[in-house]
Write a protein that binds this ligand. Sequence first.
Ligand SMILES: [Zn+2]
Length: 235
Amino acid sequence: MGTDIHLYWKEQSQDEQNKQITGWDIRCGDVGYLRASIGMHQENEVLRRIFGDDVWDGKPENPKCPKCKGDGMSVAFRKWDKKWHKEHPHGGTLDYPPEFAMLGTKEKPYEPNPKRICKDCKGNGTEDGIMGVRVKFDEDKLKELSVLVRIYVGHAVIGTPMHSLESPNAKRATTMMDMLTRSLTGVGADEIVQGEVSDGEIFFKISWANSLIDFFLLGKEMEDKLREPRVYISW
Ligand SMILES: [Zn+2]
């Protein structure tokens, strides 16, 4: 459960795509994969803000593959599928003939059978075989990211305890902290639960922010190389 976001682009190799299968690692923005589990509220909020509604809705959809008309099936498999459904109007257990059998093994249980898949779109149903919604990774987008990262990290930082600060500058620091927390959260520093963000958590948050930045830098790199990067969100 959670949000998994992939960056796809023109001429992306299978190897580059495979690198994005990480077992839900949150630090893989550099290969074009972002992750926020369902409990990561702040992180999901950041993702919600940085990617527009069109990306979340998966709209506009890419033009459909003309060969399979978007269903991703090979001609032979569709023919068999159609026939099966005609013969089983009330459903039932799909009894695949050997050529369409599941290829799964214990190690790779979901290995797809290539004979079932439309070759033109590699089974994903889009005209150019690239999933996701086009996002422009330009200077404006990076600027937007920079602002969001500041807010995100700012929220994380003000969760750390400040009461041990003993110095002539303590009062000034406290006033500054108070101003900062008020601008970020609407309440003063003394109202923030002290130590809400532990050391481990701040490391985690910086790691996550770093991964997000890497994702955008990769997007920018692909933008500059005219690979027309797209963002695909799977749920
Ligand atoms: Zn197709």
